[in-house]
Design a protein around this ligand. Structure first.
Ligand SMILES: *[C@@H]1O[C@H](CO)[C@@H](O)[C@H](O)[C@H]1NC(C)=O
Ligand SMILES: *[C@@H]1O[C@H](CO)[C@@H](O)[C@H](O)[C@H]1NC(C)=O
Length: 204
């Protein structure tokens, strides 16, 4: 938002909360999203969480959503072998006090994921009893485990291609047409990609 020069007063569509917006505090931000969806979006079937630097192929998203369960469902790029980093200098450091186990349960990469809105309520409720860790996507995974929800890997049926691309790919109209998200763009890049993609994707 800021990089494009929008402010919350322009359209009244930016939700803000009173905490320091730091990397360590991302878990608070994600829980705020879950609470918001659980409270104010009772009629929505699904919600999506994406980082600000993500290309979202809205056309393919709407298509795949039609096939998604509307209860107890969360999908994205699932990480099954995540382990806590014990080096205090690491960006992803987690102390043994905060998380004693040597493996994380399966979780969806925080870059972008889609969930049925009942999952927001389940995560929100579980968060009352699951101790906080500073990794927001891992934390959602811990709440999902507590709530008995297994994240589902998002793949296309035919090509078994990963639909949620958490690596960065250079823009390619047809490669992007086959993915729901692609990671790692600046705001100006997202705008220029969309100009081409929204018009020319049908040529793929
Ligand atoms: C997280 O937010 C709280 C509330 O604003 C603040 O007191 C705390 O310093 C923040 N923590 C970090 C690591 O930024
Ligand atoms: C949800 O749907 C019901 C029934 O159609 C409607 O009365 C209500 O206003 C809707 N709520 C919201 C927040 O859209």
């Amino acid at each position: 938002g800021l990089a494009l020069g929008y402010r919350s007063g322009d359209h009244g569509d930016i939700i803000q909360m009173d905490f320091v917006d730091s990397y360590q505090n991302l878990t608070i931000k994600t829980l705020m999203i879950m609470n918001w969806v659980a409270t104010f979006c009772p009629n929505a079937s699904h919600a999506m969480k994406v980082d600000a630097d993500i290309f979202v192929n809205v056309y393919l998203l709407v298509e795949v959503l039609r096939g998604y369960p509307t209860k107890g469902f969360i999908t994205g790029s699932v990480i099954r072998d995540g382990r806590p980093r014990r080096d205090p200098k690491s960006r992803w450091y987690v102390s043994e006090e905060a998380y004693p186990d040597s493996y994380f349960p399966p979780y969806v990469s925080g870059a972008g994921y889609v969930f049925s809105t009942d999952v927001a309520r389940k995560v929100s409720l579980a968060s009352r009893s699951v101790p906080m860790v500073p990794l927001e996507d891992v934390y959602v995974g811990l709440c999902l485990r507590a709530a008995g929800v297994s994240p589902v890997y998002a793949q296309s049926f035919l090509a078994l291609r990963n639909l949620f691309e958490v690596r960065h790919l250079a823009y390619d109209r047809c490669a992007f047409a086959a993915r729901v998200i692609v990671n790692g763009f600046k705001p100006a890049e997202l705008l220029s990609i969309w100009e081409d993609f929204s018009v020319n994707r049908l040529t793929c």
